[in-house]
Every structure is written in C-alpha cells, then in structure tokens.
Design a protein around this ligand. Structure first.
Ligand code: S3P
Length: 436
C-alpha cells in the first residue's frame, strides 16, 4: 500500500500512545511461566506481538487476547510447555525469535523457529552461542541465521559479557538462566532496556541488579501471576516528539508513555538539541514508570550521539537523524553499527531516505554525519517492509515541501497499527491520503 503525505500548517493536539511492544512480548512469555492467570491490560495487538502469542499457543500455552486489549495468560509454569507440532513462525519479530530461543533452551524437546525474509537474514549466533555454552543445542543456517533448531536440555549457569548491548540477547540468557542450575549473570557495557528484569521482579523472581550486570538464580519454581496495564511505547511516541520539536507551529501532548530510563534516550537527545520536552504526571504501572509528554516547536542544534545513549535510543535513531536534518550545525551519531542488522540496514536506508528528500547525510561505519538545517522536498520512498523506515518516511514527508509517497506503508502494523489514522486525524488531516 502507498500513502501520500503532505506538510501541515500546524501540529496541535493530544495523541494517545499505543502499548509498548517490548513489554507486550514479555507479558505473554513471562505470563506463561507463572502459576495461575495473569492479566495484562493494553496489550499491543501488532503483527510482532501476535506472532509471539501464536508461537506460545503452539507450545501449549493457554492464553486469550480479548477485544478490549486485555491479554489473559493462564500460566502453568515452564514445565507445561510441550513440543510444537509445527515450525514456530516468528514473522518479522527478532524479539519473538530471540526470547523464545532462551525459553526453549531449557526444554527437553526440539523446536524449529523461522520467520520472514528480513528475520531470516538477521544474526542469530549472538543468542545461539551463549545458549550453547549453557548446554542447549541451537543449530542455525550456515550463515548464522534462522531457521533455528533448538533442542533444549539440562542447563548450567554462565557469567556472560554481552559483546554488543542487546536486550533481546540478555533476556534470552535470563530466560534460560531461570531453568539452569546456579546463578546466571549477564554483563553489559551500556545498559539495554530492562523490561524483563522489572517484570521478573514484579512476578516474585529473585533477580540481582548491580552496575552493569544482572543475575538470576535458576530453578526458582513458577513465577507469581502478574496484573498490569502496559504503558504506551516511547518508540511510538518518538515520531510525534520529533514532529513536534521540528515543526514551526506545534504543541503536542502525548499521553500514557512509558518513561523507563533505559528507553528514554530520544528525550535526552532532543533536549540536548534544545527541544522543549516536558515530562508530566509521572506514575508507576506494574513496575514501569509512565508519564505524559509535552513537546513544542523548538530551535534545534546539532549534537553528538554515542556511547550509553545508543541502546537507550536504538529504535529511534533514524528519527533522531531526521531531527538532525532540521537542526543548526552538524550532528554526529557513532557506536550504532548494530543498526545494520535490524529489520533492514537502517544505517544505509536512513541515509538513502533522508538524502532522497534533500538532506545532507552520510552513513559512516557506525553512524551518520548530518549537516543541518536542510529544506526537505517530497519524493517517493521505498520502505523495504521495515516499519521504522515507513514511520521515518511519513514524518519526514510531514516536514517536507510537496508530496511524499510512502511505498509499502502497511508495514507500520508491525509496531504501530493505528499510525496512519493518527496521522490523518492530527490537524494535518489530509496529509496521509490513502492512494493504494
Ligand atoms: C528489543 C530490543 C532491541 C530493539 C528491539 C526490541 C526488545 O533489539 O531494537 O526493537 O524488546 O528486547 P536488540 O536487543 O537487538 O538491541
């Protein structure tokens, strides 16, 4: 499907931010490990999270996603998981594949995990290797990618330093660690999102967290059922934060947004660029901090983005690059080489999209150099089925002159199913006309 986006005279109003994708995956998986029924309000019914639900059902988990967005998981502990009758299709979702690998590493049966073309091109050795060290058999394609054959078994604890910060790999090891003998420790140089740790603690697991490391004891027995309302996804708030900061006549209130500090790098970067972002009414939802965010038109200046900020803003970096095209001066992004192996090569593709629209951006080995400000001009943009690129193209189009056609627009459903209708309902209504 193709959507056409045009610039808007102003950008004002309130946007209710859709549920967090990372927390939704973990809710379903950890809910299955509890003894009893867990309920999660505001579950994200996006393609990625639905893939997790389907895989869990194939493993024998009793769960139900109700019309009103409540996920009920009737957990029976890890031992109740059974050998799936068919391959587990993780679709486009790296989180589904990597977390399930960790879960299945301790199960005494064989599972095959596969996914779409994009997921089957992504590196899986990063999860296969530590799980094999723990005693599981994890076979990859000879390219080190999916399909994966996981044959779980008796696991021993490991103490593992993540070569690249990754919440997916960390969570896989923790899920295996829960089933291992001894204390499993994962160390990371820069802190990645900690939703797994938070939910495990809320469900009564013994988890130790110290600077740069997290440890979990194995064989603790079933988790306690959990009841929470899943916060809005800061990654889905990011497009509106960027649009609000960059547009010359904007004031947006974004409600119910998760502000877990391991995820809020985009707010820190925007503030460092001079943006006005207010965090209002901070509260707690089931162990996760939540707030409303207000953003208004701002004069932005170029900054350097690197180091510990990268994992805290990893999915928002393409949008940060867009903000940099509207900022005065040079922005340099470093340490972000892992963007090459996301749903697409986001380093190269972000540079391609923004330069097609007239920005001055060049990709480096591990980031970009962007000179701003540039007047963007509409063009036709191919999104390669990558949801974050489709959102990037739409937002860039809303700041550009003329019309921007976004090809393959439907892939936003992977993380943000209502995205196009929100774009249509903002005062920029006719911007996102559907044409195909
Ligand atoms: C995620 C972790 C990140 C992120 C992805 C979701 C998660 O991936 O990019 O969108 O839910 O754990 P990595 O672990 O590969 O950095």
């Amino acid at each position: 499907m193709r959507r056409v986006v045009r610039a808007a005279p102003n950008l004002r109003g309130e946007v209710q931010i859709p549920p967090d994708k990372s927390i939704s995956h973990r809710a379903a998986i950890l809910g299955a490990l509890a003894a009893g029924e867990s309920t999660f309000e505001n579950f994200l019914a996006s393609a990625d999270c639905l893939a997790t639900l389907d895989c869990l059902r194939s493993l024998g988990v009793d769960l139900r996603l109700e019309e009103d967005g409540i996920l009920r998981v009737n957990g029976r502990g890890v031992e109740a998981l059974g050998e799936p009758a068919n391959v587990l299709d993780c679709g486009n979702s790296g989180t589904t594949m990597r977390l399930l690998c960790g879960l299945l590493a301790g199960r005494p049966f064989r599972s095959i995990l596969t996914g779409d073309d994009s997921l089957r091109s992504r590196p899986m050795q990063r999860v296969a290797k530590p799980l094999a060290t723990m005693g599981a058999t994890v076979e990859t394609h000879s390219r080190g990618t999916a399909p994966l054959a996981v044959h779980g078994g008796t696991l021993r604890a490991i103490d593992y330093l993540l070569p690249i910060p990754s919440a997916q790999v960390k969570s896989a090891i923790l899920l295996a660690g829960l089933q291992a003998t001894g204390l499993t420790t994962v160390r990371e140089v820069s802190r990645s999102r900690d939703h797994t740790e938070r939910m495990l603690i809320a469900m009564g697991a013994e988890v130790e967290i110290d600077a740069g490391r997290v440890s979990v004891r194995g064989e603790q027995g079933a988790l306690r059922p959990h009841h929470m309302r899943i916060p809005g996804d800061v990654s889905s708030a990011a497009p509106w934060l960027i649009a609000g900061a960059c547009h010359s006549d904007a004031e947006l209130l974004l409600t119910g947004v998760g502000v877990n500090p391991t995820r809020t790098g985009v707010i820190d970067v925007l503030r460092a660029m001079g943006a006005q972002v207010d965090v209002l009414e901070e509260r707690n939802q089931g162990g996760e901090p939540v707030a409303d965010l207000r953003v208004a038109s701002s004069r932005l200046r170029g900054v350097e983005v690197s180091g510990e900020l990268i994992p805290r803003a990893v999915d928002e970096l393409p949008l940060i690059a867009l903000a940099a095209t509207q900022a005065e001066g040079r922005t340099v992004v470093r340490d972000a080489g892992d963007l090459k192996v996301k749903e697409s090569d986001r380093l190269a593709e972000t540079a391609r999209i923004l330069s097609t629209l007239g920005a001055r951006i060049s990709a480096t080995a591990d980031g970009w150099v962007i000179e701003g400000p540039s007047r963007l001009q509409g063009a036709t943009i191919e999104t390669l089925g990558d949801h974050r690129l489709a959102v990037l193209a739409a937002l860039a189009g809303s700041l550009a002159g003329g019309e921007t056609a976004v090809e393959g627009a439907e892939c936003v459903d992977v993380s943000y199913p209502g995205f196009w209708s929100v774009l249509e309902q903002t005062p920029t209504v006719e911007r996102a006309r559907r044409v195909g």
